[in-house]
Design a protein around this ligand. Structure first.
Ligand code: VG1
Ligand code: CO
Length: 546
């Protein structure tokens, strides 16, 4: 292909600081001239020694994915990459991209996704950089990228026809090779090496055990089809909303009881299947639902850890577990029984990478429906579903029975997250500033009969490289071990989202059946007293409760 290299003059654009997981903005923002180009050039300018090396490229298929992929291919060629592995149609789920980076020993990868945020022309778009271990770039790199966006003067690109991404195969842009790869195969093969596909397949084909996987018209459709239906033999109807659409069918591809309404309806019907699951826009999250029973993500991590020895890939035991700070301590109790370490990290998968690389943790999880292991360096929705299916295939008990016996053994960490979405940014920032200012005087105070024992703003020192991350969320701990965490989302694109995380431990099995919001009622009232959410935001209740 004849190509001409070009250097285009540009100017810094404000606000290009990556958040919890890359840069996320409205599609219309990304469509502005130079917006995507500036950020991509800032990524390349923060990297060294990639000349002639391999870049992995793919996205969740949302609106603008196809346009952005072509732009990035041109820029990668002009910047001197030797080869780009790109998913067919420009699509790779986030865990699949991580898998491909590792398997092909790429220099790094660019993933186009705004994950659980809505898509379409009026929706959100996002981009993030992953390093050679397959995981999200650590803060040191994301901050360097941001610094580059503030001083950028030019970007490099090439002029030429679009690469045909519809068919797998090899082509080139100037000196750079482009390989359009099967987006599913590498990932599916990796998963097949970890789980007992024979046993899971026998269960799914038995006729006495039905599943429903809701791909929410997002990226996991083809992965679920290949793995659950083709390789494991589940009946065709087992995957719903399996066709990826650029606007996710108008839905919100966030697998929680609010947005995965359709799955919840199926799983609570009289004729409900035995097991239900859903994944998000880019395939890294998972929601696990039993018959008439929703599993909270924090509990799911704990159950996987407690049952890992039943799964071939983890039968030799876990090196440790890690969870994000706001995630419940249910996994900690399992780790303690197993005699392994449990690490508490800030929110966002980028903080697990070092622990996984150093062999300090095997399983990781977040309360936001993310679970994963050292098989890749991202959370992995389909992996979590297979892990559950493997446990069910061995134990032959219902999801609910597994949870109930888990609580009996370890006690129950009642847990809920209350999200206030689209709050005025100034109001949200003042709420957090005031909370931070009150930290010193909170301990010792008794509110509604509950005594505050500790209050701080979570800071994390990475045990591997010593890097420090501060201001990761306000924690208020009570004398009975309950806690409330307040933090602002780093993935939203409209106003601010205030997240309030509530947790209370209940060792008494006779009280495990209480409804969660009721069990946390006292804490919910305390959160209001401490932070004054209603008065400040004018919201009578949260937008989403998970
Ligand atoms: C949210 C979740 C966090 C997760 C992040 C990316 O971040 O709380 O646990 O790692 O999304 O997930 P925040 O800053 O909005 O709370 V994904 O599936 O959107 O890549
Ligand atoms: Co996601």
């Amino acid at each position: 292909m004849t190509t001409t290299q070009q250097t285009i003059a540009t100017q810094p654009i404000a606000g290009q600081r990556p958040g919890t997981s890359g840069l996320r903005k409205k599609v219309t923002v990304f469509q502005a001239p130079g917006y995507l180009e500036n950020f991509v050039q800032a990524i390349f300018d923060s990297l060294e020694g990639f000349q002639g090396k391999t870049l992995v490229l793919g996205g969740d298929g949302r609106y603008y994915n196809d346009v952005a992929i072509q732009t990035i291919l041109r820029m990668a060629a002009a910047n001197g990459f030797g080869r780009v592995l790109v998913g067919q149609h420009g699509i790779l789920s986030t865990p699949a991209a991580s898998c491909v980076i590792r398997k092909h020993q790429a220099y790094g990868g660019i993933i186009l996704s705004a994950s659980h945020n809505p898509g379409g022309p009026e929706g959100d778009f996002g981009i993030k950089y992953n390093i050679g271990n397959g995981g999200p770039a650590p803060e040191k790199i994301t901050e360097a990228i941001y610094a580059n966006t503030q001083k950028i003067t030019r970007y490099l690109t090439t002029v030429g026809a679009d690469v045909n991404l519809a068919v797998q195969g090899k082509s080139s842009i100037g000196e750079m090779a482009v390989e359009v790869i099967d987006p599913v195969a590498d990932h599916a093969d990796l998963l097949a090496s970890l789980f007992d596909f024979e046993r899971i397949g026998a269960l799914l084909r038995s006729g006495s055990f039905r599943i429903c996987f809701d791909a929410m018209h997002a990226v996991t459709g083809p992965y679920a089809q290949e793995i659950f239906v083709k390789r494991l033999g589940a009946p065709a109807g087992s995957v719903i909303n399996g066709v990826p659409l650029p606007d996710f069918g108008g839905g919100h591809p966030d697998p929680n009881p609010t947005y995965a309404e359709e799955l919840v309806k199926v799983m609570f019907a009289d004729t409900a299947p035995d097991f239900g699951a859903a994944s998000d826009g880019d395939g890294d999250r998972n929601m696990i639902v039993g018959r008439h029973f929703i599993v909270t993500p924090s509990d799911s991590l704990a159950v996987l850890a407690a049952n890992a020895q039943l799964v071939p890939g983890y039968a030799n035991g876990l090196k440790g577990v890690a969870r994000s700070m706001p995630t419940s301590a249910a996994a900690d109790r399992v780790a303690e029984k197993l005699g392994i370490a449990c690490y508490e990290t800030p929110t966002g998968w980028k903080f697990f990478g070092n622990l996984l690389d150093a062999g300090m943790a095997t399983l990781c999880g977040e309360e936001s429906a993310g679970t994963g292991s050292d098989h890749v360096r991202e959370k992995d929705g389909v992996w979590a579903v297979l892990f559950w299916l493997n446990i069910l295939a061995v134990r032959r008990e219902s999801v609910e029975a597994i949870l109930r016996s888990h609580w009996q053994r370890f006690g129950r960490n009642f847990y809920s997250r209350h999200d206030y979405e689209g709050v005025d940014s100034a109001v949200a920032n003042t709420l957090m500033t005031d909370l931070r200012a009150s930290l010193a005087k909170l301990p010792g105070q008794t509110i509604n009969g509950a005594t505050i024992q500790s209050a701080d703003d979570f800071a994390y020192t990475d045990p591997v490289d010593g890097s420090v991350s501060t201001a990761q969320g306000v924690r208020v701990g009570f004398a009975d071990g309950s806690r409330i965490v307040f933090r602002l989302s780093g993935t939203g694109t409209e106003g601010a989202t205030l997240r309030v995380y509530l947790e209370r431990y209940e060792p008494d099995a006779s009280k495990h059946g209480v409804e969660t919001q009721q069990a946390l009622g006292g804490l919910i009232a305390l959160a209001e007293q401490v932070a004054g959410i209603r008065a400040r935001t004018g919201r009578a209740q949260p937008t989403v409760i998970t």
